[in-house]
Design a protein around this ligand. Sequence first.
Ligand code: LHQ
Length: 261
Amino acid sequence: MSETVLYHVEDGVAVITLNRPEVLNAVNDELGFALLDRIREANRDSAVGALLLTGAGRAFCAGEDLKGQLEAMERGRADLGDVLRRRYNPIIRALKATPKPVLAAVNGVAAGAGASLALAADLRIAAETASLVFAFVHVGLVPDSGATYFLTRMVGFSRAMEWALTGRRIGAEEALQLGVFHRVVPPEQLMEQARAWAGQLARGPYSLALIKRALEFGATHTLDEALDYEAQLQEAAGRSRDHLEGMRAFVEKRAPGFERR
Ligand code: LHQ
């Protein structure tokens, strides 16, 4: 298995680390396909309750490997649409489709498709030194890997337009104020806090999976459709063992022991 993505499971959490620190974890074919494999592996593993995505070294991810891409272009072998369809889009779809919560620990700069990757997680905890750079414009490209979808929904159309057109560096504090980052912590505390948070998510009830689906649905459908879907999902949640356990724990004034069932 490729060393460009490190993977281990601890405390019910699949820790997935992008590992090309010498190029700020820029994504080439090897890293991209290894990442996709690891997301799928975490999804399949019943011992895994949450995914934690981070980067080795000082960056989260600098997006597409521009040196590799330039070489491919000079050899006349670059088709960016194909790169997206084969490599990035399946990664983003896999992150959104897994019923398990995905936490990104943004340890440094997240640029281009690397920023998109951070936005595709369900939650983001970031180091004070982290930043987002929608760098696509600097290399004459358009935001991709879901950036147009996530950004417009997270920060609104007007601000998304400014971030995309300028490609300026968005600091951790600004991202926190706008709810793009959920928590910002000193760099030396990032991984400890991220592991603790992901561990907590991994011990959550079966309904976490349904909550993910419910919110994605609610964000893109009408009120009538959302009401119907909520009723459908609640019916399923209501039949879960974890719902029963949650109610018993409440009545017995103790912490619930969920089993993701
Ligand atoms: C890199 C990269 C990098 C290679 C830093 N590649 N080496 C999708 C589909 C298909 C095709 C095209 O694109 C896409 C989507 C995209 O992702 S397009 C956007 C691609 N990403 C970028 O444009 C970001 C490029 N990087 C930067 O702007 C800066 O490196 C940032 C702002 C991320 C960090 O700046 P610094 O902290 O000043 O670091 P640095 O620039 O000195 O980088 C450190 C090293 O990493 C350096 O190598 P060197 O050998 O000189 O030490 C960089 O060349 C290398 N590196 N990003 N994407």
